[in-house]
Design a protein around this ligand. Structure first.
Ligand code: XUL
Ligand code: CO
Length: 437
């Protein structure tokens, strides 16, 4: 097949002074940061759904994207042809991973059996391309939200037949992910939530979701898939309330249904924003429960209240993300998956490169900035000092479980008034961070 991006060669690192738009200014895959190659810190991944299937349609207009390789059909023939385009893109970009939903890579057939057959054919092709390149699968997932059958949800549908269909689809998507050596598998609750409580038995729906995920864990064991399961929180959209609304809600759900040992979280910036949180908040909440798994790298727009899935180009954002990730030991099976789409005005194939280069360079800088902040040590030392009252005396006794209310009352009575508070120095710290940006 002729190249889909004939004018674009492999993207190389040319340094910050380069004026070549098809070059990295900051991302040097093999450069060591804190003793580990940048590519191993960042583990970039390209999403099939946006980059290959996103056509730029919105609520007010049809798609705008020019994709010369597309023949205008959602056929198996086109799906097979598209695999070569995806791998050409990932290879030229130097992205080590990709991620997909079952229905992004292969078309849904007239029956489930036919859909499975289509998926098998495309998985074969994906496997061939994976073998011939250095591109691997970061994670797979099932699309349980596009088809009208999922109008009331999938695992949380009021209709048990839909639950059964969804289970069959996840079983197959999991097997496809396993066949392709995927590093993990994601559950994003597409329509697992409600639009009105008037027609919803919330407890019953949550119980069904818990049961569904236990079935997935059992199947994972039976096929020998070793990668982690991730839940991806999002508070709303498409439903008014998604059950996996934020990291804390997911952790509570997993704990309640005794699933915490089997899941980590896949956190997405724009979802955090919709939940009224920063991405760093979500990362810290997940890390505190030892459940920081992977990230969907994108950003929203401060003036728009929906999931715009823009490419991340804000250094403050990527520095904060990488600071949390480095502080908590870095990715193992997870990675930086660009769940992001080019604007519908950026309709040329080359915009896909500009967007990913921008995201990768911004994350590379975020990584270096975070490493510099850690090397400098003043921020960590400030936080350490701020809690120093817990290192000895009464604080130490509390942390060690050696003091109760009675002992604390005696201590407080003897102390009289608290005279030891120190400033939080927020503005000083914000300025300190700016030294590194
Ligand atoms: C939707 C979203 C999904 C998941 C995978 O907002 O983020 O694409 O990442 O299902
Ligand atoms: Co996502």
């Amino acid at each position: 097949m002729a190249a889909a991006f004939p004018k674009i060669a492999k993207i190389q690192f040319e340094g910050p002074r380069s004026r070549n738009p098809f070059a990295f200014k900051h991302y040097t895959p093999d450069e060591l940061v804190e003793g580990k190659a940048m590519k191993d810190h960042l583990r970039f991944s390209v999403t099939y759904w946006h980059t290959m299937r996103g056509m730029g349609a919105d609520m007010f207009g049809v798609g705008t994207m020019r994709r010369p390789w597309e023949d205008g059909t959602n056929s198996l023939k086109m799906a097979l042809k598209r695999v070569a385009v995806m791998f050409e893109f990932c290879e030229k970009l130097g992205a080590p991973f990709y991620a997909f939903h079952d229905r992004d890579v292969a078309p849904e057939g007239a029956t489930l059996r036919e859909s499975n057959k289509n998926l098998d054919a495309v998985v074969k092709e994906l496997k061939k391309f994976q073998k011939n390149t250095d591109v691997k699968l970061l994670w797979g997932t099932a699309c349980l939200f596009v088809n009208p059958r999922f109008m009331h949800g999938a695992a949380t549908s009021c209709n048990a037949d839909v639950f059964a269909y969804a289970a069959a689809q996840v079983k197959k998507a999991l097997e496809a992910t396993h066949e392709l050596g995927g590093e993990g598998y994601v559950f994003w609750g597409g329509r697992e939530g409600y639009t009105t409580l008037l027609n919803t038995d919330l407890k019953r729906e949550m119980d069904h979701l818990g049961a569904f995920l236990h079935m997935a864990v059992a199947h994972k064991k039976s096929i020998g898939f070793k990668g982690p399961f991730y839940i991806e929180p999002k508070p709303k959209e498409p439903t008014k309330h998604q059950y996996d609304s934020d990291a804390a809600a997911c952790l509570n759900f997993l704990r309640e249904y005794k699933l915490l040992d089997h899941f980590k979280l896949n956190l997405e910036t724009n979802h955090a924003t919709l939940a009224g949180h920063t991405m760093q908040h979500e990362l810290e909440v997940a890390a505190a429960a030892n459940a920081l798994g992977s990230i969907d790298a994108n950003t929203g727009d401060i003036l728009l209240g929906w999931d715009t899935d823009q490419f991340p180009t804000d250094l403050y954002l990527t520095s904060q993300i990488m600071l949390s990730i480095l502080n908590h030991g870095g990715f193992t099976t997870g990675g930086t998956n660009f769940d992001a789409k080019v604007r519908r005005e950026s309709f040329e194939p080359e915009d896909l490169f500009h967007a990913h280069i921008a995201g990768m360079d911004t994350f590379a800088r975020g990584l270096k900035i975070a490493a510099a902040i850690r090397k400098d040590g003043r921020l960590a030392e400030f936080v350490r000092q701020r809690y120093s009252s817990w290192d000895s005396g009464i604080g130490e006794q509390v942390e060690k479980g050696k003091a109760g209310f009675k002992e604390l009352e005696a201590y407080a009575l003897k102390m009289g008034e608290v005279t030891t508070n120190i400033s939080g120095r927020q503005e000083f710290l914000e300025n300190l961070i700016n030294e590194f940006i």
